[in-house]
Write a protein that binds this ligand. Sequence first.
Ligand SMILES: O=C(O)c1cc(=O)[nH]c(=O)n1[C@@H]1O[C@H](COP(=O)(O)O)[C@@H](O)[C@H]1O
Length: 227
Amino acid sequence: MTANPVFVALDTPALDDARALLMQLAPHVGGVKLGLEFFCANGPAGVAAIAALGIPVFLDLKLHDIPNTVAGALHSLAGLAPAIVTVHAAGGHAMLAAARAAAPAATKVVAVTVLTSLDDEDLLAAGVGGGAATQVTRLAGVVRGAGLDGVVASPHETAALRAAWPGGLLVIPGVRPAGSDVGDQKRVMTPRDALAAGASVLVIGRPITGASDPVAAAAAIARELAA
Ligand SMILES: O=C(O)c1cc(=O)[nH]c(=O)n1[C@@H]1O[C@H](COP(=O)(O)O)[C@@H](O)[C@H]1O
């Protein structure tokens, strides 16, 4: 995707803070991920203001609705032309295909399989047996069959996904440098291990944004990945 696989997740409602931090982080990351917290506060205009900095934007809205509604949402966002956009794999074949058809050709559409905050027990409670690895594999097959560009999954499933889908865009959150707080993530790995497993993009938020020196944290991750 970019030479540096790290997309920093700026999960904040504060546009000016996000812009100021990103300008400092830019030399050490490959792109920026804007998600629900940022989008609900700032809308498409906020995304456009960040995109104006010239850094690739991954717009993570995790769209999940009937095909017509998801396609309409993507048409509404078309002017932003983000580098990557997310939908939920659980929306099914028709929704996924509609999403791909509605997004601009240059925008990669990837589908979230099993959130990295879930473990096998959470899936079982929701009626999904067999564990996260099996469910991710199953959903990735649906996503690929619908013509999408790739999936969002945890580092734990990355090697199997890469083996099964050599050209897939594997977007991998749940990334934690050694010694950093896991927080609400359950299926995690270090940046280096996730990249070695076959990740295309590493989504990293709090280990950078929550660090006492975010620029130093991002630079350290970039150095570790380049080594
Ligand atoms: O789609 C995502 O980006 C995503 C999917 C997923 O399964 N897990 C996950 O953590 N994410 C996002 O990745 C980012 C991870 O942030 P940190 O846990 O702070 O590194 C957050 O912005 C999440 O919204």
